[in-house]
Ligand binder design. Structure first.
Ligand code: ZN
Length: 247
């Protein structure tokens, strides 16, 4: 049976959004919702991203196969500092992706610092996940089109797929960029069906963002009555392929 993957979760504290996600809460929701594995990143408001990266690596080590790490730190750091940490996360901690947080880190995807994230992901051979939705104009899905064209070999995941209000734009961006994928947390159920029908299940993936939202996102996909092979793909296989997850 295809594993079920939550592609978007955070560990620790967030001083930007005033949130806290604990390991216990994540595991409880995963068990409750039959999620096999979760891709975990620091919140953009983590006091020390590097320390949270280490905590995520420790979490992955203590629960083999249940968690995968994703690097997230501000690209407004010195270039060498930023690149060294992304390299450490990918090569030493075996993280499977890098985050560009348009609102949490105040990053315009079209800027030099925004490009630093795409360039690092490209260089170290992992996908780049970009926050889209709240936080306009930086969080507009279309702002990722130039990077998708500049780095055709890089997989770009639009986190929240436009967050309902910009879901149509996320879908259009993905339709003109074959290397763009949609993670659908906070989207409307019927919009998810629309994305699957237009760009294909192999480019749509489930994500929850917060532990309390895991049951909600799983329920949305269940309510769509998808064909079993389509359901397996959006609930897990797309993420397994895009992030190259291995057990
Ligand atoms: Zn998030």
């Amino acid at each position: 049976m295809t594993k079920k993957i939550d592609t978007h979760a955070h560990l620790g504290e967030c001083c930007v959004f005033g949130l806290l996600s604990t390991e216990e809460e994540m595991l409880r929701r995963m068990d409750e919702c039959e999620i096999d594995a979760t891709i975990v990143q620091p919140y953009p408001g983590a006091k020390e991203a590097k320390k949270t990266h280490d905590q995520i690596a420790d979490l992955c080590a203590r629960h083999p196969g249940r968690f995968f790490g994703l690097a997230s730190l501000s690209p407004h750091n010195e270039t060498a500092v930023y690149e060294r940490e992304v390299e450490r996360c990918v090569k030493e901690l075996n993280f499977v992706g890098v985050k560009l947080h348009t609102i949490g880190h105040g990053v315009n995807p079209l800027s030099e610092d925004g490009d630093r994230v795409f360039a690092a992901a490209h260089e170290f051979g992992v996908p780049a996940m970009v926050h889209t939705g709240p936080g306009v104009p930086f969080a507009l899905p279309s702002l990722c089109i130039p990077a998708a064209k500049k780095y055709p070999g890089l997989n770009i995941i639009l986190a929240h797929a436009g967050f309902a209000v910009f879901s149509a734009e996320a879908q259009v961006a993905a339709s003109v960029c074959g290397n763009m994928f949609l993670e659908t947390s906070w989207c409307i159920g019927e919009d998810i069906r629309w994305m699957i029908n237009t760009i294909g299940a192999e480019r749509v993936m489930m994500g929850a963002d917060l532990p309390s939202n895991v049951p909600v996102e799983v329920a949305k996909y269940k309510a769509l009555d998808l064909e079993p092979e389509v359901y397996d793909r959006v609930m897990g296989q797309t993420a397994i392929d895009v992030f190259n997850l291995r057990w």
